[in-house]
Design a protein around this ligand. Structure first.
Ligand code: FES
Length: 105
């Protein structure tokens, strides 16, 4: 399945991701800038913040309490904000569009 990352300049990067991989790591592995992933995916840093396109919002499991807390602490949270290390690829997410916040560059 694939992910489409769109940065704050509207530049799209399409990446093929294996099922089971998280979408923070997939961005780092493919040198997509705009995702930092400082904590390595432990849901502790919130530097993997993304805005999930509305079409896929309901397909992703609801955030854990820990993720919610981190999202609340962001400077630019939106209702579709998620931490990409907590999104794990599966077939139903094929084509998911993630927009990357300007603050993360
Ligand atoms: Fe740190 Fe996602 S990589 S919270």
């Amino acid at each position: 399945p694939k992910v489409i990352y769109i940065d704050h300049n509207d530049t799209e990067t399409e990446v093929e991701v294996e099922n089971g991989a998280n979408l923070m790591q997939a961005a780092l592995d493919n040198m997509v800038s705009g995702i930092l992933g400082d904590c390595g995916g432990d849901c502790a840093c919130a530097t993997c913040h993304v805005f999930v396109d509305s079409k896929w919002q309901d397909e992703i499991d609801a955030p854990s309490e820990l993720e919610e807390d981190l999202l609340d602490g962001l400077i630019d949270p939106q209702p579709n904000s998620r931490l990409s290390c907590q999104i794990v690829m599966e077939d139903k997410l094929d084509g998911i569009v993630l927009r990357l916040p300007e603050s993360q560059y």
